[in-house]
Design a protein around this ligand. Sequence first.
Ligand code: GRG
Length: 290
Amino acid sequence: MENILRSFKEAKDYFEEKLVAYATTKEPLLGVLQESINYSLYSGGKRIRPLFAFTVGELFGVSREKLTTLACALEMIHTASLIMDDLPHMDDATMRRGKPANHVVYGQDVAALASIGLLTRAYEIVLADPGLPDDKKAKVVQRLANVVGIGGLVGGQFVDLKFANQEMEYSALDYIHNHKTAALFVASGSTAATICDATGEQVAALEEYASNLGFAFQILDDLLDATGTEEEVGKSLQKDKGNFVAFYGAEKCRDLVEQYTNGAIRAIHIFDGKNDKLIVLAQLLLKRRS
Ligand code: GRG
């Protein structure tokens, strides 16, 4: 366990350094936009999606270098979505990761541009990666566009904004969390698997793992939202309307978090003998408090 935690820390340190290189522009006129991007990109994110991509790489003996642009792209997409999610015309949240939200510091105009800029940079760095063959770049970027777009994060956010309320049907709640949260976990696994030349069966197992993990993660997020304080959780609370705790109650949600985490671990049994890091990653998420 200690070894695995150390290797996650090492992967994270490697990632932080690369992310700076891919997300920095030197144009002086863009100074404030860059500050706004940096503010959200380096403010204590857990880097779960990049870590997942690197861990998939290890499963197939593929180096971090080969997965670096993908890992950075995943974090850029995730960060872009957080900045946009907090805007007043979306969730109208003023706190994120224990600090004022991006638009509170830089204004809505700059925050919106930081979000779109990061999102676009994500595709750009994968397409410009000299270490990836063109067919893989095309597949990865198509998948990333697909998970962000109308059938992904955008659609999930739309349903959350327009259909979520106390009386909503389970199908709407499921849609929201599938598309807002689980989908980016699933795409992290499948894009990494594409780069690693995984077989169809291996991709399916990783997607099943990621989907379960995404649900466990979101239900725990909703539990923290309902039961924690702003200080503990580090963000504005009770902003998301589609919430598992409102639907099921806290106790059932705690059970569900465990069930989905176990489901994630079961899904990767085909990698038995070398899936210890994926198992620890799932268990760590189960224990998180922010
Ligand atoms: C511009 C990409 C883009 C999307 C537009 C705004 C929007 C559509 C979607 C919002 C999606 C969203 C914010 C989902 C919440 C997912 C979630 C549980 C985030 C928390 O993830 P953590 O805990 O965050 O990994 P940290 O802070 O660790 O990085």
